[in-house]
Design a protein around this ligand. Structure first.
Ligand SMILES: [Zn+2]
Length: 123
């Protein structure tokens, strides 16, 4: 929790402290899980999933009833808004991971290329 809030305020981004507190409280990271390191995957424990299997994070400050992918919330709360036309991608390919070190914004086509590559590897 301290980690996320410190990153956020150092960079002077996003005002939603409440969302940050709720998000990081649901993520297994070094602040609440001793065996998880700074560079490990930080898994989101929320139950809500969308049809692609990404955990959802309820974020009413964005609008009534609005949900975003937990990894997107983690990205936005750490780095700021996702650039227009880009999506938040995982370098680790774990859909539930919210470690900002594993998240980056890239174009949809880059993301699809990575996805196909990882699917081929898995097959
Ligand atoms: Zn990860």
């Amino acid at each position: 929790m301290i980690t996320a809030l410190t990153l956020r305020t150092e960079r002077g981004l996003f005002q939603s402290v409440d969302a940050a507190v709720r998000l990081w409280a649901k993520v297994a990271g070094p602040w609440n899980t001793p065996e998880v390191g700074e560079d490990d995957c930080w898994y989101f424990g929320g139950r809500a999933r969308n049809r692609w299997g990404y955990p959802r994070f309820h974020w009413p400050e964005l609008g009534p009833g609005l949900n975003v992918g937990a990894h997107i919330a983690a990205y936005v709360l750490t780095y700021g808004p996702v650039p227009a036309g880009q999506v938040v991608a995982h370098s680790c390919n774990h859909k539930c991971c919210c470690n900002p070190r594993h998240l980056s914004a890239e174009s949809q086509s880059e993301n699809m290329r990575h996805w196909h590559r990882s699917r081929r590897r898995a097959a």
